[in-house]
Write a protein that binds this ligand. Structure first.
Ligand code: UTP
Length: 301
């Protein structure tokens, strides 16, 4: 059976985006005009996922409203003849079957996944983190499902990262099997650059066999009181093979301010309705802030 279900952990505190996240979810911050979580749900749907569970916490009501029907809004758009927008809004609520479960306290990513165990049951499932936005020809999750369909074991998404950034990630120690597939030997959470087993960092996409739930149940809290998924995966690795897929595509760490800004600029530059005027504006900014010559800016503001 291929992968049908996905968990979206979205119960984190979003401290890197305070004060914006004091009363609204980080997952609803827009990249241009689409909330981050919509990009990630669309990736899952394009990869064949039919059944979505979002793990929420306090202050996350806006996510549930977003995937629900907005009766008043749809009525108004219909009255005003805005058919295209109306269809777009309807498409959001029709995209997939979405269920919600609460993580009462933010006790870590591993705990957030464990909370959804009864909704997943005994089948292999995907996990997607809303912070990692991946722009690729073939959806990143689809690339991973192809690896799963071949090897039938848990698959982690990995990407090569610069040494200076490696200490922000879970990092794999692995043997290469194919050009983009690795057999994971071990994982280290946030290693010092000098101790990192490789430059292959785990990114926010996972395919996990249901045995992970038992491993997460046995995983001890770390120093900060959180159940880390990486530690649960280390237990799973002792029972079953875990593979990693070095995916093709551009990944944005939109959970950090700088990653969010980069994604915003690049997504705007890819939009036909914005690119022209936005490029002119960026040229002017480059001249002003980076001391670069102004190139072809007849229409700049
Ligand atoms: P992060 O640590 O990157 O996100 O967790 P955060 O906690 O929301 O943000 P910062 O670090 O405080 O700025 C990675 C993912 O795991 C989810 C988050 O919502 C995010 O999608 N998460 C994390 C949970 O669902 N529950 C938790 O207890 C922790």
């Amino acid at each position: 059976m291929s992968i049908r279900k996905a968990i979206f952990p979205a119960a984190g505190l979003g401290t890197r985006f305070l004060p914006a996240t004091k009363s609204s979810p980080k997952e609803m911050l827009p990249l241009v005009d689409k909330p981050m979580i919509q990009y990630v749900v669309e990736e899952a749907v394009k990869s064949g996922i039919k059944d979505i569970t979002i793990v929420t916490g306090r202050r996350k009501q806006a996510i549930e409203d977003f995937f629900d029907i907005s009766f008043e809004l749809e009525h108004e758009l219909e009255k005003k003849g805005k058919k295209e927008l109306l269809d777009e809004m309807k498409q959001i609520s029709n995209m997939a079957v979405v269920s919600y479960i609460r993580q009462k306290e933010p006790l870590g990513l591993g705990h957030a996944i464990w909370v959804a165990r009864d909704l997943v049951g005994s089948e292999t499932f995907a996990v997607l983190l809303g912070d990692d936005i991946i722009d690729s020809e073939v959806p990143c999750l689809k690339q991973m499902i192809d690896v799963y369909n071949k090897y039938k074991c848990s698959v982690l998404a990995v990407q090569r990262v610069a040494k200076k950034d490696i200490s922000k990630y879970g990092v794999i120690d692995a043997h290469k099997l194919e050009s983009n597939v690795y057999h994971v030997q071990d994982m280290v959470e946030k290693p010092e650059a000098s101790n990192a087993p490789s430059d292959l960092a785990i990114i926010g996409r996972y395919i996990l066999t249901p045995e992970i739930f038992d491993c997460l149940e046995k995983t001890k809290e770390d120093k900060s009181g959180e159940i880390q998924l990486t530690n649960g995966l280390r237990l799973l690795r002792k029972k079953q093979a875990i593979y990693a897929c070095e995916f093709e595509g551009e990944r944005y760490d939109a959970g950090s301010k700088i990653g969010f800004l980069k994604a915003t600029v690049e997504f705007a530059l890819k939009r036909d309705d914005l690119a022209g005027e936005f490029k002119e504006y960026l040229k002017k900014m480059a001249a002003q802030y980076l001391d670069l010559p102004v190139l072809n800016t007849p229409k700049s503001r």
